[in-house]
Design a protein. Structure first.
Length: 256
């Protein structure tokens, strides 16, 4: 069993100059499976090219990030839906999708519409969804509640225990990343109470690097650092965390 990074943006410009080195360091850290969420139509080529270059390591998702939802959202979704359904590729999730009210609250209505439409794609294609939530848990729950058959993960979870319980009570996963290592994140109070069968690990690289790399560029080789923190909070071995979360990721994405 190897570590699995369920959420990383290794195709972004932040990695343009050292992608090969990033992959090598991930392999050395026993991170041999990395799932790539899309952002919008502008990122699809770089994402898919990376998957073609390393087909046994990188596995694609397709979706429209809520921060990319604007007045052209329907045109964007049409482009992404064409890739998702007509490219002949296997995609492992619809993502990342969701709601973000941190940067812009004025687009909430169209963010919800884009979120709903992409959930409907996932249901019709029997794919999980990868949900981005920032300052929008209540609004996101209200949308997800409309689709009891949808499955997926709330990525980069930063909520409280009650919110985690709501997610997991619906059979959905909680994605733990670098924030789990931050001293004042509050995650120390949440992680011990999680249903371990519904937890996966992620980096969200290049963002939110774990301590001791906080503030620097994140990368997939840091997954074991997150695993070590979770192991301490679960009072188990790091190897146990690797086995549990990697098996969960395989179940979530029907991979392996």
């Amino acid at each position: 069993m190897n570590w699995i990074d369920t959420h990383a943006h290794i195709y972004l410009p932040e990695f343009a100059n050292d992608q090969a080195e990033i992959v090598d360091r991930a392999r050395q850290a026993n991170v041999n499976t990395i799932f790539l969420p899309n952002v919008d139509a502008s990122t699809t080529d770089s994402l898919l090219n990376l998957c073609d270059q390393y087909p046994t390591i990188f596995f694609p998702m397709m979706g429209l990030h809520p921060c990319s939802v604007n007045e052209q959202w329907e045109t964007e979704l049409d482009k992404l839906h064409t890739i998702l359904t007509q490219s002949g590729r296997r995609f492992y999730a619809v993502g990342e999708i969701g709601l973000d009210l941190y940067w812009d609250t004025s687009t909430l209505d169209i963010q919800i519409k884009a979120f709903q439409r992409q959930i409907e794609w996932a249901i019709s294609l029997d794919l999980p969804i990868v949900i981005h939530v920032r300052e929008a848990f209540e609004e996101s729950f209200n949308v997800v509640e409309q689709y009891p058959e949808v499955r997926g993960v709330f990525h980069c979870f930063t909520g409280n225990t009650a919110q985690a319980e709501w997610i997991q009570s619906r059979g959905m996963y909680v994605g733990l990343g670098g924030v789990s290592t931050f001293k004042n994140s509050g995650m120390d109070n949440v992680i011990p109470h999680l249903d371990r069968k519904l937890v996966v690990l992620e980096t969200d690289a290049p963002y939110l690097a774990p301590v001791p790399h906080r503030g620097k560029r994140n990368e997939s080789s840091y997954i074991p650092i997150i695993g070590e923190r979770v192991a301490a909070l679960w009072n188990c071995s790091t190897e146990d965390v690797m086995h549990i979360t990697s098996e969960n990721a395989q179940n979530l994405f029907q991979h392996g």
